[in-house]
Design a protein around this ligand. Structure first.
Ligand code: FES
Length: 103
């Protein structure tokens, strides 16, 4: 699925980058800017940032669930990332008004 229309980045690419970052350091805070940097891309309109945050949360939780010895060892999501999700970082989705649509 295409997540970032500006840079043509798919969810598969984002998930791979997140897993690679977690393999380097499972306890680091992964933020969307790190994902873009690893892909050698720049966030342009930021419309995809909320979706990237959701993918980071999903993949990080999945990673820790797979590597934890017991379900109690799975750490909660990082508060800063949850705050980013709550805030709806990225502003307007895709940075465009709805008036541009032809249909
Ligand atoms: S949709 Fe990702 S930067 Fe615009």
């Amino acid at each position: 699925m295409l997540v970032c229309q500006c840079n043509v980045i798919t969810d598969r690419e984002i998930k791979r980058i997140i897993r690679d970052l977690l393999a380097e350091d499972p306890w680091q805070l992964i933020v969307p800017a790190m994902v873009y940097r690893e892909l050698d891309k720049r966030c342009k309109c930021a419309g995809c940032v909320p979706n990237v945050v959701d993918i980071i949360l999903e993949v990080t939780e999945e990673y820790h669930r797979q590597t934890a010895k017991s379900p109690e060892d799975v750490p909660p999501a990082h508060p800063k990332l949850l705050a980013l999700k709550e805030k709806g970082a990225g502003g307007q989705r895709e940075g465009r008004s709805t008036g541009h649509r032809a249909a």
